[in-house]
Design a protein around this ligand. Sequence first.
Ligand SMILES: [Zn+2]
Length: 307
Amino acid sequence: MNIRIVIITVLLFSTKLFAQTSENNIYLSNVVYEPSEKTIFYKLGGSTIPINVLQYGNATHFVCINLHANEITSVQAARSVLEETGGTLIKIENKQQRVIRFRLKGINYGFDPNRIFSRVGIEQTLKENSRVSPEAVEEVEKFAQRILALIPENTSCIVALHNNTEEAYSVRSYLPGSDRETDARAVYADSLQDVDDIVFTTDSLLYRKMAEMGYNSIWQDNQNAKRDGSLSIYCGERNRRYINVETQHGKVNQYAEMLQKLLSIIQQGNKKSPVLPEDSRDPAGTRTQDPNIKSVVLYQLSYKISK
Ligand SMILES: [Zn+2]
């Protein structure tokens, strides 16, 4: 489903327009790039899982990836943004379902495609969604490797496209006393933002830049975060730059805005941020002293001192 709205504008100073409808915000892009599209029909047991790769222009320094096929808002926004900026989009086609199901030797299995980037994660997600067998683990592991092989080695950032539902998972999940507290090295929550609209990253620089722009931001604790087989953990363990952009379902406009800002940061840097020594990181309170900050800080957990 690709509804692209092309508008012709004579405005000299504006390249981006937003329109409101009663239902939703619809982001309208200026189309610069038409994507070339290829589909890999991946055989997973008795199922065929199409993986679409869309290339907008030649840029490959970042790759957008959508693993949860039901999170269509993120894809809709990303397609509009990539039409303007160029870039790569990889997406799993799974009939708009989150859980991928397949049949192997007469047995049905299911798994969450964002829990398959480690052996432990695969076993856990198979157990949660169906059952585990060595054959099924092996099949899912091969599928994960196929997806990873689509991401160019030299790409400087992996951008994961996700959506969530009202307050089920939000920046609050990482605040002290919450269930994911120990997964975060630093959290910035902004009172002007919806708690569901977040970025979650392995990278200190992206964390800081997005927080400076006033977005709810979480820096993953790459050493201590729970090993759940997700792509963020996989990237954190390998020191790869990863960021998940996530809004509530339906908020295309907000999603496109966050993604545009992020891509402009990536394009400016276009290289890995240096790993900072322990004592040179921002001291607590730096964020709140920034003169560019216009919003009220709801909460800032600065870099954790003790575990
Ligand atoms: Zn998701």
